[in-house]
Design a protein around this ligand. Structure first.
Ligand code: ADP
Ligand code: TRP
Length: 327
């Protein structure tokens, strides 16, 4: 089973990305699936307007994947732009994509509502995503609920292509990462780099502690019972505490006699237990950019070779002729 997913390189990774996506990508790797994970830097051009920033974020997300456990021997890690044919495929697919299909996409509307510029790239974003997925004949696409529609659009586009040109593209299935509910940010909204409410995956322990200590809680006095299901701290605790420990905290919330300061302290401890090894590995990778670059280059070469095979078929079926050039 070929698994493929991408993460935009438009900011620093946060624990929402880890629990909501990356941890589950790694589980698929450990299950022995053939995994392709890539840095969606072309997609990130829809929101990042500085070349230096895009370069930094791309490297940062690559380090992030490696630091949390992506094993380049087992999985392919690559930059989207190292397979430039993906933009060619996106164009070919866009000629088969009905406007109405894209007009239905809620992610475009959400992003415009958040203040992103309503340009053609943002509108055509799902077609580029379809090209990413179809280029490698992916079977399974692990994504959050918000991206399910884009995988459905991909299936629709692939069907249109196959109807017109023959059975060349593989129809993917979404694999919805729903075991973890949305991770809340410091202000209780969804943790997101666009809201500036994140706990970064690789920030120093001291900085993270300060942020946790400053999380706003309600003003229920220590003696009184509290509702764990309305508490950001408890929601964060569910990510890192064992089931037994969580059950104990639930008791303590509902019984009363517990202050939020205690929960914060334990939350920081548990976060550090999980994150310390990631931070250490991340720091090693900061010192070794050549290694990260080697991984990306070799992943990109392998991915591109696979993509080029598909593109041969696509060009031949669609009647696109090229001179015999190698690049
Ligand atoms: P952001 O909202 O910070 O821009 P992205 O949209 O780049 O994050 O998300 C990358 C991946 O991380 C997606 O698969 C998404 O579902 C997951 N993800 C992001 N934020 C959260 C969150 N708060 N809770 C759970 N998963 C999340
Ligand atoms: N749109 C995805 C997101 O914002 C990122 C992405 C780009 C992607 N191409 C992809 C995810 C292909 C899965 C498959 O999270």
């Amino acid at each position: 089973m070929r698994v493929l997913s991408g993460i935009q390189t438009s900011g620093k990774l946060h624990i929402g990305n880890y629990f909501g996506a990356m941890r589950q990508y790694l589980a698929l790797q450990e299950k022995g699936e053939e995994c392709f994970y890539f840095l969606a830097n072309y997609h990130s051009l829809t929101s990042v307007r500085s070349g230096a920033e895009l370069r930094d974020y791309t490297l940062e997300v690559a380090r992030g994947f490696l630091a949390v456990g992506l094993d380049p021997v087992k999985s392919l890690l690559f930059r989207q732009s190292d397979v430039p044919e993906v933009t060619e495929l996106a164009w070919i697919l866009s000629c088969l994509t009905p406007m109405a299909l894209l007009q239905k996409c809620v992610s475009y509307k959400d992003k415009v509502a958040q203040g992103l510029s309503p340009n053609h790239g943002l509108f055509a974003y799902p077609v580029l995503q379809a090209a990413d997925i179809l280029m490698f004949s992916s079977h399974l696409v692990p994504v959050g609920q918000d991206q399910k529609q884009h995988v459905e659009v991909t299936r629709d586009i692939a069907m249109k292509f196959n109807n017109a040109y023959g059975e060349i593209l593989t129809l993917p299935e979404p694999y919805i990462l729903s075991t973890v509910a949305v991770v809340p940010g410091l202000d209780g909204r969804k943790m997101s780099k666009s809201y500036g409410n994140t706990l970064e995956l690789f920030e120093p322990a001291g900085a993270m502690k300060k942020k946790v200590m400053r999380i706003q809680t309600d003003s229920t006095p220590v003696e009184q019972p509290k509702d764990p299901d309305k508490c950001i701290l408890f929601a964060l605790l569910t990510l890192v505490a064992s089931e037994e420990e969580l059950a104990e905290w639930r008791e303590r919330y509902t019984q009363g006699g517990m202050g939020y300061g205690e929960v914060k302290k334990r939350l920081v401890e548990l976060l550090n237990e999980l994150l310390d090894p990631f931070r250490a590995r991340y720091e090693e990778l900061v010192k070794d950019p050549d290694y990260v670059e080697d991984v990306l280059r070799s992943g990109g070469q392998k991915a591109r070779a696979i993509g080029q095979e598909l593109m041969e078929k696509v060009r031949s079926a669609t009647g696109i002729v090229r001179s015999n050039i190698t690049n």
